[in-house]
Design a protein around this ligand. Structure first.
Ligand SMILES: Nc1ncnc2c1ncn2[C@@H]1O[C@H](COP(=O)(O)OP(=O)(O)OP(=O)(O)O)[C@@H](O)[C@H]1O
Ligand SMILES: [Mg+2]
Length: 296
């Protein structure tokens, strides 16, 4: 791998990943700081990133680098003991930091949605999944009971669940991890959010199911223009679906840029070490989409 940022393939990839000039980002985060332990320990140190409409942006970095806390800040759902101490979170021109809890409810789950790693823990184990999906269609979208049911079954079908009528009637424990993640995606997407945050959403799934869920995200993006922030420690996943990527280390963004540039010609020492760690684990898919590497 000897490509540099000035190679034509890299330049072309950068250009195609570039947002259209003049368009304001859907989300612009600047100077985000998060502290834990009641404010005693700062773990996110003034992070900034931008996400444009229709883009899929990756956030990578080792465990504990602050990816999840940064994302949860965008949803206004930091865990107990963690607080946003500084930063501007401009979403569609509005600073989310100024919203009241009531105003947040109009954004979270409606305009910004999220899926996390452990789908089962976000579902009520004693309520059939269809009912849980209906709830979103009724409360967020304002559908009648009957219309909500139809919308829920349609959503389950759209997310590739083979027998949606049956899944609708099932309890979370009756579904596999991949099915649960699809149900959770259906719930996250029910109100047609503009921004979806997927934090290690495919990590717990086996490789085949993971690929299916990623394909699904790509399809939703193509058909609905969905904007996605994808957090993953898996550089192969990121290289497959993200236009641009931010690399976090110890609470800072150490590098960002078009995915192909960052992963093929990393400028930062830490990004290089992440890539090397990956190579050691034999992940060859990482560069598999490079045209000049196709077998002739
Ligand atoms: N609720 C919490 N209370 C105290 N410290 C926390 C809490 N949540 C996270 N932290 C700490 O904040 C730092 C950043 O955590 P975060 O979960 O954002 O990392 P991450 O990059 O998402 O890691 P991973 O890849 O393992 O998911 C870590 O040092 C973590 O221990
Ligand atoms: Mg995390």
């Amino acid at each position: 791998m000897s490509l540099t940022a000035s190679d034509p393939a890299v330049v072309a990839a950068e250009r195609s990943a570039m947002p259209s000039p003049g368009s304001a980002p859907l989300m612009r985060v600047s100077g985000l700081r998060v502290a834990v332990d009641g404010g005693r320990r700062e773990v996110v140190h003034g992070v900034g990133f931008e996400v444009h409409r229709g883009e899929t942006v990756g956030i990578v970095g080792e465990s504990g680098s602050g990816k999840t806390l940064a994302c949860r800040s965008l949803l206004g759902i930091l865990p107990h003991g963690a607080d946003r101490t500084a930063g501007e979170l401009l979403f569609d021109g509005v600073d989310l930091g100024t919203l009241s809890e009531r105003q947040w409810r109009g954004v979270r789950g409606a305009r910004i949605s999220a899926v996390f790693q452990d789908p089962a823990s976000y579902l009520n184990p004693s309520i059939r999944v269809g009912r849980q999906l209906d709830e979103v269609h009724r409360v967020r979208v304002g559908l009648s009971r009957r219309a909500a049911r139809a919308a829920s079954v349609a959503a389950l079908a759209r997310l590739g669940l083979v027998d949606p009528e049956r899944v609708y009637l099932q309890y979370p424990f009756e579904l596999s991890g991949g099915m649960l993640q699809r149900v959770l995606l259906a719930i996250a997407l029910a109100a047609e959010p503009e921004l979806l945050i997927a934090d290690e959403a495919t990590t717990a799934l086996d490789v085949t199911v993971q690929a299916e869920v990623l394909d699904l995200l790509a399809e939703l993006r193509a058909t609905t223009g969905l904007t996605v922030i994808l957090v993953s420690h898996d550089l192969a996943v990121v290289s497959q679906v993200c236009d641009r990527v931010y690399v976090m280390r110890e609470g800072n963004v150490v590098e960002h840029g078009p995915t192909r540039r960052v992963l093929r010609a990393p400028q930062d020492e830490y990004t290089r070490s992440l890539l090397e760690a990956h190579d050691r684990y034999g992940i060859e898919r990482l560069h598999a989409d490079a045209p000049q590497e196709e077998a002739s």
